[in-house]
Design a protein around this ligand. Structure first.
Ligand code: NDP
Length: 332
């Protein structure tokens, strides 16, 4: 059972790694055919995540040519062999590859139905980012009520959601962000301390973190900035504390001698979302949790802007230029 499908579509293709200029908007890409275990989704909206820039630059290797983008939401347009649980017309969200396109063939195992009452936009503003935040706050380091948490880039796509989740657990949150507008946003989410790490005063954010915690340091740092913050994060964590390094917005954390961890008995983790949602059971656990938080209004989403697909280079420039607050989305 299929809808009538076009044979070609709009998509953003990269043939080689490089700057935003390697992103090519094309209108003649073949519409994929869903294989065994796959559904074809007509994307209504796609998420743009910082990880997409790593595949573009080559920091993370992937075969080229490639259609970037790791998540989408839309309507099932065709169902491949041996798929149960999905029908043409279902409204779904998925986590796979090739989201910067009108149509994507994705594993049914990585696809979920979007419950009534939630918009595609709400789900895309919180899908990859929200599942990351939920799994990292539960499994990488189980955040407890009363914990002091240092969260970098707290106004970003993941950070905006993480701040809310940490506050809902009852943690004391120190959020960093660049610029007054971003800091005001983080404060509005209930963060206890907000530091503009790009300002004169905030440059010494390690000192401010120490002051806020009575000299003790934080129980856990969630650091996705990497190169520019890793050393400070190590200083700001308490004795027996944990650092979660999970991204490279400023570049990767350099190879780290383990001996640096011993003076304070520090634990380090380097998680990836995909490691926590490998089985269908795990994927459904976190998607159900996310959808119920969205439905109840406990988790708010923030869309930076919805860009038309032809403006993809601008989205990458805005992300890498630290110009976005909340999540940028792409309209195929
Ligand atoms: P964001 O919306 O958070 O954008 C990145 C932010 O990082 C910027 O807005 C900026 O905020 C901050 N930043 C600090 N230094 C720099 C720099 N030199 N260049 C650019 N930005 C910088 O992106 P996402 O929400 O998509 O992702 C957030 C982070 O989490 C990324 O590092 C991403 O790779 C990581 N991530 C990891 C996952 C995993 O599975 N391990 C899953 C999801 C996300 P400011 O201006 O406030 O400094």
């Amino acid at each position: 059972h299929t809808m009538s499908l076009p044979t070609t579509m709009k998509a953003v293709v990269i043939e080689r790694t490089g700057g935003p200029e390697v992103l090519q908007f094309k209108t003649d890409q073949p519409v994929p055919t869903p294989q065994e275990g796959e559904v074809l989704v007509n994307n209504k909206i796609s998420g743009v995540n910082y990880i997409d820039t790593y595949f573009r630059t080559g920091l993370y290797p992937s075969p080229k040519p490639e259609i970037l983008g790791r998540e989408g939401a839309g309507i099932v347009a065709a169902v491949g062999p041996n798929v149960s649980g999905f029908e043409v017309g279902d409204r779904v969200a998925w986590l796979e590859t090739s989201g910067y396109a009108e149509y994507t063939a994705v594993r049914a195992a990585r696809t979920v139905k979007i419950p009534d009452g939630l918009s595609d936009e709400d789900v895309m503003a919180s899908f990859l980012s929200g599942l990351t935040v939920l799994s990292f706050a539960k499994e990488t380091y189980p955040v407890q009520k009363g914990d002091w948490v240092l969260l970098h880039a707290a106004a970003g796509g993941a950070g905006f959601l993480m701040t809310q989740i940490l506050k809902s657990i009852g943690a004391k949150v120190i959020g960093t962000a660049g610029g007054a507008e971003k800091c005001a946003l983080v404060k509005s989410l209930g963060a206890d301390v907000v530091i503009d790490y790009r300002s004169e005063e905030g440059k010494d954010w390690v000192k401010l973190v120490k002051e806020a915690t009575g000299g003790r340091g934080v129980d856990v740092v969630y650091d996705s900035v990497g190169k520019d913050t890793w050393e400070g994060s190590l200083e700001a964590v308490k004795r027996k504390g944990t650092i979660v390094w999970f991204g490279n917005a400023s570049g990767p954390v350099p190879p780290l001698p383990l001996s640096k961890l011993s003076p304070k008995c520090v634990k380090v983790a380097r998680p990836t979302l995909f490691g926590y949602i490998d089985t269908r059971e795990e994927f459904e656990y976190y998607t159900n949790e996310l959808f119920s938080l969205l439905k109840s209004g406990q988790l708010k989403t923030k869309i930076h802007k919805i860009y038309p697909m032809e403006d993809i280079a601008q989205v990458h420039k805005d992300l890498e230029g630290r110009k976005t607050m909340g999540k940028p989305l792409l309209k195929p």
